[in-house]
Design a protein around this ligand. Structure first.
Ligand SMILES: CC(C)(COP(=O)(O)OP(=O)(O)OC[C@H]1O[C@@H](n2cnc3c(N)ncnc32)[C@H](O)[C@@H]1OP(=O)(O)O)[C@@H](O)C(=O)NCCC(=O)NCCS
Length: 150
């Protein structure tokens, strides 16, 4: 499949099942409850600007998505930072540039909304994923994620 046949558009409430299906093909388990919560906030809540996108193949099948978080709350956008929560491409359609296309359109969209910086959390030991984000102009930030075991 050529990347030109992929259409990127804003995620809609009706994309829920397709998003859960793509994620399930990757993690081999249904995370419907997790995505229900994500949709309630990021796709449906008036407190967040719609930033999440889906990649559609010819025929309209959703083959990938990116979920973003841009909080507005009652005072409008208070900060110029957004978060890339999750990006996923159907394993049958990976390595064709769809991930890159999703990120590029996500960035273009955020830019039009006044966002100047996008953060994401990744496992630093996942070298393939680090490579993917590195080749899409992400670099380590100064903020360090601290944790404490209980
Ligand atoms: C990361 C991901 C979105 C990339 O999608 P994609 O459409 O294959 O991306 P592109 O075609 O633009 O780029 C592919 C590159 O991503 C990198 N990559 C990172 N993780 C990868 C993975 N699990 N599988 C395949 N490629 C991966 C490779 O370097 C690959 O380069 P190559 O095609 O030269 O081998 C996709 O691999 C995926 O859904 N992974 C599982 C979910 C995940 O880990 N998401 C990130 C957490 S938020």
């Amino acid at each position: 499949m050529n990347k030109n046949t992929i259409k990127i558009r804003l995620m809609q409430v009706d994309d829920f099942n397709a998003v859960v299906r793509v994620d399930e093909k990757i993690v081999k388990a249904s995370r419907a409850d997790y995505y229900r919560l994500k949709f309630e906030t990021l796709v449906q809540s008036p407190d967040y600007l719609p930033t999440s996108l889906v990649a559609e193949a010819e025929g309209g099948m959703v083959v990938g998505f990116v979920m973003g978080e841009l909080y507005i709350g009652e005072y409008g956008i208070s900060q110029n930072k957004a978060t890339l929560e999750t990006i996923a491409v159907d394993p049958d359609h990976q390595h064709k540039g769809i991930g890159k296309q999703l990120i590029n359109e996500f960035m273009d969209h955020l830019k039009t909304l006044g966002v100047e910086k996008v953060n994401t959390l990744v496992n630093g030991k996942d070298s393939a994923l680090m490579h993917f984000f590195g080749s899409n102009q992400f670099s380590p930030s100064e903020t360090i994620n601290l944790e404490r075991s209980l």
